[in-house]
Design a binder for this molecule. Structure first.
Ligand code: ATP
Ligand code: MG
Length: 733
């Protein structure tokens, strides 16, 4: 084959990395320098030129979306070189995905039931709350979320409850007790949470030497992207797997480590070259993604962090347009400004999916979504209220889980009384007590209590009907028919939604909510129809596993050309021609929880670096002087990060030019027409004014027309006031 096809579009440093002889490698380079590209080309090189078996290669990325992208790129490369191979022979996935695959293959060795179920973070919290009840721990004194953090943190560090030392510290003692009981409950129900997936996979290596040996012999080459965000368990898992005979290529950027709050250890990238020695270190310094201005801004911001491994990025591309900074007067103005810019982008014939709006906090998306909806611009949200996080979808999936395994306690709890069947808290509590004391599942406990005639007739009937229904569905849908065929997945879903009454229940909820929930459930059926099997395990089980893994990922699928909305965290590794960083204000970004902590500020700054470097051609930064978030209003200054950008690469968009046309739109709940300018008043939105009595303030909005038009002003001293324009006698300042 023609080797040059794999090398042509690489620079000398990249080529060196791709062609390097077998050995440990650390590719340490800044954003957009082609790290991911090198990783993909190296895999192709090893298979096509060095003739290594695809079976001997494992590639780890950060999200399922990135894994898909990597497979896709590999496939393309193989097509180009005229030697296509089956891409599925290479293990490509996230740490969670690969660990899950191992646990599936070796469930017995991992001490799990074959149909073990993954718990998402909601399920986990619910389970923890049950532990609280059983142990009679006060939720006010020790918030369950704190226990959830504690447990996950311990697992990320590879510690089980029994590893936590005895202490007199009441906090640790309580948490340890909760952790232990939670562990027992999970084991009994065959359930594993996200952190557990990794921990179990690691323990598999430690406890089953023959398995470890097998995989050590198999995976001679392990390549890891986004290495800076590995946590302790992942690092340990990798180290053990690599042993003395496998070679690891680690690819990363210490400046993009943004998951410290979730246990990621930036030190991992620092100590890699010692732990995996001898190790060739390769640095890439040319950036191919962003314009000169964008890159200059990113470099200047990150330069304010201490203790970096240190690297400068350069580009020989154009300087490009300056970064535009827009000071909005509130979050709605911000959203509208962004949408206007997207419209003008689309009107130039560009694709919507080339634009992305990035924000620090999920809750920010709502205002942006509303503005996009108003203009009927399709958009897609990554993270936040993801599909599988929605209440109705979780209910539906819980039914499917019960069908798959009636002893799934989390699923049982979720739907036993949804739709309402008159099974009260007291009844459920009785079931829990028996489950706990006899160490059986809720399903089994419910059965026992019916046999023992524990309940009054009504409750007993309700539970029995529920259990009969599940068993009947299981019989109808999970067993082969006369023709020895299993029903199709969408048929299963549709039947379950119908027979359990769940679809009708959600559709009948009041107003738009009912409609939206009904639509979402229909979408679930569609997702089932489109679902492709990967192996010959029962399709329902495969689907449930995929759904659980997807829900834990901050990504979703793309279906149409749509503007991309996501948190800065989930934007890692991606790139877009047009990027908006929204809400770049002190208190929001950097987030107020990090503001007093120097390490916290540095992580926020890395996040800002990640955000800026997502942009290829044009970057907008916006902030709002007042913002309503989670129902409270705040006044914020522009973020310190904006001030760290050299003024010569920023262009401030002035209000006046930003709002040239009197945009009118109807707020759903308001009978007023909001306008940017009070007609004939001579004032503008966001303008600073003074009032004889109330002092100085800022105009937030105009309502109505004519002599009785109203102006809303936020006064520095007394807060918001609505005044009739003609009597207010405001003075511009
Ligand atoms: P990040 O740190 O954000 O993950 P990265 O270092 O992984 O970035 P890539 O995504 O691999 O960078 O590459 C960034 C962009 O530059 C991509 O569009 C890629 O195709 C392009 N690119 C990389 N190397 C070259 C090259 N030698 N010639 C032309 N384009 C390149
Ligand atoms: Mg990358």
């Amino acid at each position: 084959m023609d080797v040059s096809l794999l090398l042509d579009d690489l620079n000398p440093a990249q080529r060196e990395a791709v062609m390097a002889p077998a050995g440990h490698q650390l590719i340490l380079a800044g954003a957009g320098s082609g790290k991911t590209r090198v990783l993909v080309h190296r895999i192709a090189w090893m298979i096509q030129v060095e003739q290594r078996s695809p079976y001997s290669i494992m590639a780890v990325t950060f999200t399922n979306k990135a894994a898909k992208e990597m497979r896709h790129r590999l496939d393309e490369l193989f097509q180009q070189t005229g030697q296509p191979i089956s891409i599925h022979t290479i293990w490509v996935g996230t740490f969670h995905g690969l660990a899950h695959r191992l646990l599936k293959a070796h469930w017995q060795d991992a001490n799990l039931p074959q149909n073990f179920q993954i718990l998402d973070s909601d399920d986990q919290l619910r389970l923890i709350k049950r532990v609280y009840q059983a142990l009679q721990i006060d939720e006010d004194k020790w918030p369950p979320k704190q226990a959830q953090w504690f447990i996950n943190e311990q697992k990320d560090e590879g510690r089980r409850a029994k590893h936590i030392q005895e202490t007199t510290d009441p906090f640790i003692r309580t948490m340890r007790k909760i952790y232990q009981t939670y562990e027992d409950d999970c084991q009994r129900g065959g359930m594993i949470d996200f952190a557990e997936i990794l921990l179990r996979a690691h323990e598999l290596w430690l406890n089953k030497p023959h398995l470890l040996e097998h995989y050590r012999n198999r995976f001679n080459f392990i390549l890891v992207d986004e290495f800076q965000d590995t946590n302790s368990v992942q690092y340990a898992w990798l180290r053990v797997l690599a042993g003395k005979s496998s070679f690891v290529t680690a690819v990363g950027d210490d400046d993009q480590s943004i998951y410290g709050w979730r246990g990621a250890k930036i030190e991992n990238i620092r100590k890699f070259s010692e732990d995996f020695s001898p190790c060739q270190i390769i640095r890439l310094e040319q950036n191919y993604r962003s314009t000169g201005n964008i890159l200059h801004a990113a470099n200047s911001v990150i330069a304010n962090n201490l203790g970096r491994l240190g690297k400068e990025l350069w580009t020989d591309g154009e300087k490009g347009e300056p970064i535009s900074l827009y000071a909005a007067y509130n979050e709605q103005d911000e959203a509208r400004f962004i949408v206007e810019r997207i419209q003008s982008w689309i009107s130039q014939g560009k694709r919507r999916s080339e634009s992305a709006i990035l924000y620090r906090s999920n809750a920010q998306s709502r205002a942006l979504e509303e503005a996009l909806l108003r203009e009927a611009i399709p958009y897609r949200i990554y993270g936040g209220q993801r599909f599988y996080d929605r209440l109705e979808i979780k209910n539906a999936v819980a039914y499917l889980r019960l069908l798959n395994n009636p002893h799934d306690d989390a699923a049982f709890e979720r739907v036993i009384n949804t739709p309402t069947r008159g099974i009260g808290d007291k009844t459920l509590e009785d079931i829990r007590v028996v489950a706990r004391s006899e160490n059986i599942s809720l399903w089994a406990a419910a059965g026992q209590l019916i046999l023992r005639k524990h309940f009054a007739a009504r409750a007993s009937n309700a539970i029995e009907t529920f259990m009969q229904m599940i068993l009947q569905l299981q019989k109808d849908l999970c067993a082969p028919n006369e023709a020895d065929e299993l029903p199709a997945l969408d048929f299963i879903a549709e039947t379950v939604l119908d027979k359990t009454g769940l679809l009708a229940f959600h559709q009948n909820e009041k107003g738009e909510k009912g409609q939206a929930r009904g639509e979402n459930l229909q979408e679930l059926i569609a997702a089932c129809r489109a679902f492709e099997t990967e192996d010959d395990a029962p399709i329902l089980q495969q689907f449930l596993d995929t759904a659980a893994l997807d829900a834990g990922d901050a990504q979703a699928e793309e279906f149409e050309d749509a503007v991309q909305l996501m948190t800065l965290h989930s934007a890692k590794g991606l790139e877009f021609p047009l990027v908006f960083l929204a809400g770049v204000e002190e208190g929001l970004f950097p987030h107020k929880m990090s503001i007093d902590d120097p390490d916290g500020i540095e992580e926020e700054r890395r996040l800002c670096y990640v955000g800026i470097t997502r942009a290829m051609q044009k970057l907008f930064i916006t902030y709002a002087e007042t913002r309503r978030l989670h129902g409270t209003e705040s006044f914020n200054r522009v973020s310190r990060f904006v001030k760290e950008i050299p003024t010569d690469c920023i262009d401030e968009v002035r209000l006046k030019t930003a709002i040239t046309r009197p945009v009118t739109y109807q707020q759903p709940s308001s009978k007023f027409t909001l306008k940017d300018e009070g007609e004939d008043t001579g004032f503008k939105l966001g303008q600073k004014v003074s009032h004889a009595i109330f002092g100085e303030g800022v105009i937030l909005q105009f309502e109505g027309k004519g002599p009785n038009s109203v102006v809303e002003v936020k006064f520095a001293k007394i807060g918001k006031k609505r005044l009739v324009m003609q009597y207010a006698k405001l003075q511009a300042i």
